[in-house]
Design a protein. Structure first.
Length: 262
């Protein structure tokens, strides 16, 4: 599975403090630790840590680029911040994220084409996040069509069925799994599927157990990628084992070690 490390996000106190003080070591250590733990890319979100998010994004991307050319997912709702991040990416860039409103698609999909970026597409629109899988899949189809019309390849499209916290939206967990299955039927080849995994456990007790259980269920339903904490060893090992049982990995007695060395 394609793992995007979630930890370089200004919503975390250590990252917010590092942005404010321009502490490169904290950011670079987080980048290195996530990649060494199995992340394939890094999410980059300035959060609310700076009054000047454009400058903060510029500093973050440049700071990370000093130690790794790993792909970066530029995570912001602001167009200027997004474009700043994409311009500075040394490796593959990912737009996080587009949703199914015309304004968002019209603004961000041309950026994806211009910078050859992958794009994470949320199954929500001006009405919010649908409760049922059919409505989520309908939004996914709308965004997929817009991506194809502008020339974005299916391999660069990630459909996010938008998992909500189980403690307030328990019914959605099942609908998200069904959306992942239905997404695979939208085109040939199909778009990829992704989740912001940690959202499922927000403010729930025993968050690690909820995350581990849901990632295994999502992999069994066709999940291709996740924004998650790769430094959670048990979470990563659950994901690796789920992929093994779904025949996405070749079995050997040291399959976890083999996955990490791939």
């Amino acid at each position: 599975m394609f793992v995007i490390g979630e930890r370089i996000n200004g919503m975390f106190k250590d990252v917010a403090d590092a942005i404010k003080s321009q502490d490169k070591k904290t950011i670079q250590d987080l980048a290195a630790k996530q990649l060494s733990s199995g992340a394939d890319a890094l999410d980059v979100n300035v959060g609310t840590a700076s009054e000047n998010p454009v400058a903060a994004m510029e500093w973050l991307v440049k700071t990370i680029a000093e130690v790794t050319p790993a792909p970066l997912a530029i995570d912001t709702t602001k167009f200027a911040v997004m474009e700043t991040g994409l311009k500075l990416c040394k490796g593959k860039s990912i737009i996080n994220s587009v949703h199914g409103t015309k304004e968002k698609m019209d603004n961000l999909l041309p950026l994806a084409k211009q910078y050859s970026s992958s794009v994470i597409c949320l199954t929500m629109n001006e009405k919010g996040i649908p409760q049922d899988a059919a409505s989520r899949t309908e939004i996914a189809a709308t965004i997929l069509t817009a991506c194809q019309e502008i020339g974005i390849d299916a391999s660069d499209i990630y459909i996010d069925a938008v998992i909500l916290p189980v403690n307030v939206a328990q019914d959605h967990a099942v609908e998200v799994l069904e959306t992942i299955r239905q997404t695979k039927l939208l085109s040939s080849p199909p778009p990829k599927t992704i989740l912001g995994l940690s959202n499922v456990s927000q403010k729930a007790l025993n968050r690690p157990l909820v995350n581990r259980t849901y990632v295994a269920m999502a992999v069994a339903n066709g999940l291709d990628a996740a924004i998650m904490d790769p430094m959670d060893t048990q979470l990563m090992e659950t994901m690796i084992t789920a992929e093994l049982l779904m025949k996405k990995q070749i079995y050997c007695d040291n399959y976890i070690k083999a996955y990490r060395q791939k």
